[in-house]
Ligand binder design. Sequence first.
Ligand code: CLF
Ligand code: SF4
Length: 323
Amino acid sequence: MPEENKCLDKKDSCPAFNDELLRKIAEHPCYEQKAQHKYGRIHLAVAPKCNIQCNFCVREFDCVNESRPGVTSKVLTPEEALEKTREVLAAYPFIKVVGIAGPGDPLANDATFETFELIKNEFPQLTLCMSTNGLLLPEKLQDILRVGVSTLTVTVNAIDPEIQAKIVNHIVYHGKVYRGVEAAEIQIKNQLEGIKAAVDAGIVVKVNTVLIPGINDKHVVEIARKINELGVYIMNVMPLINQGAFADIEPPTAEERKAVQEACEPYVLQMRHCRQCRADAYGLLSQDMSQMSEERRKLTKIRTKEDMEKAKEILDKNGKTEA
Ligand code: CLF
Ligand code: SF4
């Protein structure tokens, strides 16, 4: 019998989950399945550098631990990112989450923190979200908290160093290159310590795991067990995108992925609606407006504004308009 899933009752039992955090979860399109059709996110592509080399990553593309590779996202400065946020939010007020997810690793780029500072000062009501490979998580946690990130994704593809060594070619840690099991041990230790410290500090943590047939497919349930112990809120098992050194590995079928999710479900809540979006995506998860023509974007905007006005009319009629 699996142990009790600590995450599923966390909302009620964990004092860190105050009303403000519960609102943020309810409005987060990745953390709350029901929110995906109502609320959107904007990704700010301010983080080009990465400090590790995953075997499924081709650097011309966005970080595939959180993204689907396409044409590389155009890297923005923190000021450009703020300006883009202003424009996008004015047009699409249903966007509630600002995320930094690449194109490299957010923690390996100072611009990540500068950008979050700017966004927090101008839009304090928004949820700040970040996705990382976790190598620098313990040492950057205070910065993450300082800038007000409340939802954090860490990609954990293995907790067994022998398996992780097959997935990551090398890491660059404090100016030194590490390979093989030695690199894997450093990264796993930092990921697990960092996740525990982030959860203890009141951050709502999601774990992404890339499902790689023949490499970690039998091991993913071990990860689920471990992250349950650490208090992770939700897990996203993502299918491998086969490129780079893993170009010859066949990605998992939908059935194989579903079977792994079902095996993990008793331990940790499963996210099943991930769109593997780009590091510069914005809009609803199902409707990445960064990839739309200007014309289609305008139509969506009109529809959104009309919908909002219609909703307001109905509420007014019923005397339920919020102050
Ligand atoms: Fe972005 Fe990721 Fe935050 Fe969501 S995405 S940083 S948690 S706001 Fe969401 Fe996109 Fe899947 Fe990521 S659908 S790739 S899980
Ligand atoms: Fe590529 Fe992301 Fe891995 Fe870095 S962490 S090597 S950007 S997939």
